[in-house]
Design a protein around this ligand. Structure first.
Ligand SMILES: [Ca+2]
Ligand SMILES: [Ca+2]
Length: 325
């Protein structure tokens, strides 16, 4: 009898211990679920705030376009309201949001090196000019100029390697981890990492001066990076490029001719005609990148939205990405 009671007691104790361990496991799972839900909610809220940042950017660009039309302004420049960042704005539930707009036509569009299947002779001539400009940009940034032909081979539709500096499938398939050239437009400047021979340092130097837009674009001389300004003409030096950048702050270039006249004055000799770059530049832009940063406790996210402003007044978001573009 006593033995039986003992067994019953041990069984009861075991059951209690077992139940306790189950409830502890359940509690742990519940806590994990709560954390997970919290994370999902925070990410969801972050997503909404990021869209709010994009909406702010679209509003600024719409206003810019309306004002330009009303006041007959023929340029998009860095002193305009759209180019001023939204200062850190507190979020009701804690945290903050910041937003800014960058003109993507301030950069060299790598996809300008891509030639469409139905390209005209004029398009072909344009790509030759673009390649010469890209080569000059590499020189200005002190990056191995051979990279230009490798990038051109990456984008061109054929698989014939440009002699002697190019690289096509043949070269990429020989890599330790073989891959193929895109032979088409780039989706992101991060694709530059795949170009044969590019070093991390060269990649990082090039990144702030390059973009990949869904069509061939002109460089806006009122926003162009100083490196790209210098690369526009072989006879411009870094001092001239800085001078141009300073001057446009006060007086943006309203026409291409104003700019070409000014670089004629600044050029240090040489006989390259300024008309060689006339077909590559503009005083206005249609592609902008909105960058929104959300900080909520340990949650931090940077969101990018590529926005197109068309001549007929349409503002369209072309693509969105997180972390980089
Ligand atoms: Ca190719
Ligand atoms: Ca090729």
């Amino acid at each position: 009898m006593r033995e039986q009671r003992g067994v019953a007691l041990i069984t009861a104790l075991l059951i209690v211990a077992f139940a306790a361990s189950i409830s502890f496991a359940l509690l742990e799972k519940q806590l994990l679920d709560i954390h997970r839900t919290e994370n999902v909610l925070t990410a969801g809220r972050g997503e909404l705030y990021a869209l709010g940042g994009e909406e702010w950017a679209r509003g600024m660009l719409l206003r810019n376009q309306e004002e330009d039309k009303k006041e007959n302004i023929t340029y998009d420049g860095l002193e305009e309201a759209w180019a001023q960042p939204l200062p850190p704005t507190p979020i009701e539930t804690g945290g903050e949001i910041t937003s800014s707009i960058e003109d993507m036509q301030s950069r060299f569009n790598l996809n300008n090196l891509h030639l469409a299947k139905d390209a005209s002779d004029e398009d072909k001539e344009d790509v030759i000019q673009q390649l010469a400009l890209f080569t000059r940009l590499l020189r200005v940034l002190e990056i191995d100029e051979q990279l230009a032909k490798k990038v051109a081979d990456w984008l061109d539709r054929d698989i014939n390697t440009r002699f002697p500096d190019g690289a096509e499938d043949q070269e990429y398939l020989a890599e330790k981890q073989p891959y193929r050239a895109a032979n088409g437009p780039m989706g992101s400047p991060t694709e530059l990492r795949l170009i044969k021979g590019i070093t991390q340092q060269e990649y990082e130097k090039l990144l702030p001066h390059t973009t990949t837009l869904p069509e061939s674009t002109l460089i806006n001389i009122n926003t162009a990076t100083i490196g790209l300004l210098e690369a526009l003409d072989d006879n411009l030096d870094d001092i001239s490029a800085i001078t141009l950048a300073d001057e446009r702050k006060e007086t943006p270039f309203q026409t291409k001719d104003e700019f070409l006249d000014r670089i004629d004055q600044l050029r240090s000799g040489g006989n390259q005609s300024s008309t060689a770059i006339e077909s590559l530049i503009s005083t206005t832009s249609s592609y902008y990148m909105a960058r929104t940063t959300i900080k909520m406790g340990s949650f931090k996210q940077q969101k990018f939205s590529l926005i197109n402003v068309s001549d007929d007044g349409q503002i369209r978001t072309i693509s969105r990405s997180i972390g980089s573009y």
